[in-house]
Unconditional design. Sequence first.
Length: 258
Amino acid sequence: MKTIKHTLILDDEATVLTELQSTLTQTVLKMGAENILTADNTETAFELIRQHLPELFFVDMELRNDIASEGNDFIEDIAKYYKKYGYKKMPFIAVITGYMKDYAKLLQPLQNENWFLGYFVKPTSTEEFNKAFLRKLHSQTITITWKGEGRVIPVENIAYLEKESAGGKNLFIYEWNGKSLEQHTMRIPLGKFLEEHLWNHPDFEQTHSAYAVQAAYVEAWDKASNLILKQKEGIVPVRVPVSDTHKKRLKKERGWFR
């Protein structure tokens, strides 16, 4: 995942600008961002781009006070600017709008761009916004490389991760293939894998120094401090260990072990 130091919000409604800035503070600052920049017109926005070169943009699609440009025009201008000055990667861009039906067709060509995070309809609650944003920000697939061969798996199919025991340097990634859990191996520490691919992902929880799990696959838990993962009928359930420290946190945040 890209490092995000500067975030720019472009919206010409003062109240929305303030609310969105407050909402984003809880998300992007935790990701290492240094500040959240705001602009109510494209001229000011480009001044800030030249000064800070943001890695993340939130763009209002309908800029009523900016006759020279609308949100989609501004997105095109961003692409031209970054390309003109030789920047190899486009910044992440998300659209904010109160009129999704009017812009769905216009935004369709952007859906396949890996830098486009999609759209958010305003207003929305802080919790819903942050979770939706983080899901879109993270990669939808991960390439598992082992012994020169690569395999792409959807993030949503990863049930849990397990660090190799006895000082081993491998990581076991368990993918739900529709029938059972399939094990893949990758030579990477658990912590590094989480940081590079799933850091701050709202659906994944580290349960132990050697384990992490995706919440959607947790079906129950037992008295021995294990999470029990969903399996097809007739297959022995998988139990993922939870340390005392993580158990206390997960009980509070997820409602597990109650």
